[in-house]
Write a protein that binds this ligand. Structure first.
Ligand code: PB1
Length: 333
C-alpha cells in the first residue's frame, strides 16, 4: 500500500464510528420535552373536536375535549403549549373586540388549564386576526392602512387580559412595531412583570408556509396581505433590527418564524443575542411537508433530523405541531 501521508487530524471517522461518540460530536442538539412547545387550536364550542384537513393528526379542541387530550400528553412529558383561540359564533369586528371578551375561548379556558395542569407552561398567542372582520393582525385606518398607535394599544389590552386570565407567557404574533414595549408597560403597571413572560415573534416573515394554519383559523386577510407588517423573506437586516428592538423593549424570549427556510436567521439571531432563549416556530406548511414525506418511519426520521438541525442552528425551543409524535419518540428512547 502506498505510504500515503495522512495528517493525524485528517482522519475523522475515528471520532464518530460509535453512537456514543456521535452524541459527543452533536453538542446542544438534544431534543427533550422542554425543547418543544405544542400549538393548540381552541374552539368556542367547549365540547367540539375537529380534525384539521390540511394537517394530518392535528385537531381543533373545545376545552372539554382539550383537557383529556392534554392529560395524556402531560403524562408523556409535555412541558408547554401555545394557545390559539378560534371563534365562529361570536362576532368579528374592526378592532377584534372578542379577542379579550369574557366569552373568548382562551379567556375561559386559562383558569381551567391552570387548575388541571399546575406545572404546564401556558402560552397564549396574542393577535387580532382571528377576531377582526378584515382579518388583519392590527387595527386599520379608514384608508385600510395599519393604524400603528391603535394597533399597539389594542394588542397590549389583549395581552394583559390573557395575563390576568392565567397565561404564564404572552406571545404577540401581530408584528406591530413597539407592541413589546406596550405589553411590558402594561404588565408592569399591573404588577405582573415578574409573573408573566413576553415571547416576541421578533423575526416573523411574510411566508407562504402559513396556508394550512390560515385555513383552519379562518384568519386570512379579507383584502391585501401581511407584507407591510411581516418581514420580507429576503431581509436578514430587518430581522436583526427587529430582534434588537424587541430586546431593548423588554422581550424575555425571541423567535424566528418560519423555521427550516430561515435557519441562517436563527444562527445570526442566536449569535446576536446569546443570552435570550430563542424559539423557532415550525409552521403549518412545514408540518404538512414533513407529514407527507413518506411512511411513519420516514416521517419520524425526517422530523427528528429537522429538529436537530434547528437546535444546531441555535434554537432553544421549537414550537411544533409534531409535539405528540416527538414525545412518543423521546419516551421510546
Ligand atoms: O403554523 C402557522 O402557519 C402559524 C401561522 C401564524 C400563527 N402565529 C400566523 C401566520 C399568519 O397567518 O400570518 C398567524 C398570525 N397572527
Amino acid at each position: 500500500m502506498s505510504d500515503l501521508f495522512v495528517s493525524r487530524d485528517h482522519v475523522l471517522q475515528g471520532g464518530y464510528f460509535h453512537s456514543t461518540l456521535r452524541k459527543l460530536q452533536e453538542p446542544d442538539t438534544s431534543i427533550e420535552p422542554h425543547n418543544i412547545m405544542y400549538p393548540i387550536f381552541l374552539l368556542e364550542n367547549d365540547d367540539a373536536v375537529q380534525p384539521v384537513s390540511s394537517m394530518p393528526n392535528v385537531y381543533r379542541y373545545g376545552i372539554n375535549q382539550l383537557i383529556p387530550a392534554l392529560t395524556e400528553l402531560v403524562e408523556k412529558g409535555l412541558k408547554s403549549i401555545l394557545i390559539f383561540g378560534i371563534i365562529d359564533t361570536l362576532p368579528k369586528d374592526a378592532t377584534g373586540s372578542n379577542a379579550d371578551s369574557a366569552s373568548n375561548p382562551v379567556i375561559r379556558a386559562l383558569p381551567r388549564l391552570r387548575a388541571a395542569f399546575p406545572s404546564l407552561l401556558l402560552t397564549t398567542d396574542v393577535c387580532l386576526c382571528p377576531y377582526t372582520s378584515h382579518g388583519h393582525c392590527g387595527v386599520l385606518t379608514p384608508s385600510g392602512a395599519i393604524d400603528h398607535a391603535a394597533s399597539v394599544a389594542r394588542i397590549a389590552e389583549v395581552a394583559l387580559a390573557y395575563a390576568k386570565a392565567g397565561a404564564h407567557v404572552v406571545a404577540p404574533s401581530d408584528m406591530m412595531d413597539n407592541r413589546i414595549k406596550a405589553i411590558k408597560d402594561a404588565l408592569i403597571a399591573n404588577k405582573l412583570e415578574n409573573q408573566v413572560s413576553l415571547l416576541s415573534y421578533s423575526c416573523k416573515f411574510a411566508s407562504s408556509l402559513y396556508g394550512p394554519f390560515r385555513d383552519t383559523m379562518k384568519s386570512s386577510p379579507m383584502e391585501g396581505d401581511r407584507k407591510c407588517y411581516q418581514l420580507p423573506p429576503g431581509s436578514a437586516g430587518l430581522a436583526a433590527r427587529a430582534a434588537a428592538r424587541d430586546v431593548a423593549e423588554g422581550a424575555d424570549f425571541l423567535m424566528v418564524k418560519p423555521g427550516l427556510p430561515y435557519l441562517d436567521v436563527v444562527r445570526r439571531t442566536k449569535d446576536q443575542f446569546p443570552n435570550h432563549p430563542l424559539f423557532i416556530y415550525q409552521v403549518s406548511g412545514e408540518y404538512a411537508m414533513i407529514a407527507k414525506c413518506g411512511d411513519s418511519g420516514e416521517v419520524a426520521a425526517t422530523l427528528m433530523e429537522t429538529l436537530v438541525c434547528m437546535r444546531r442552528a441555535g434554537a432553544d425551543c421549537i414550537i411544533t405541531y409534531f409535539a405528540p409524535l416527538v414525545l412518543s419518540i423521546i419516551n421510546k428512547k
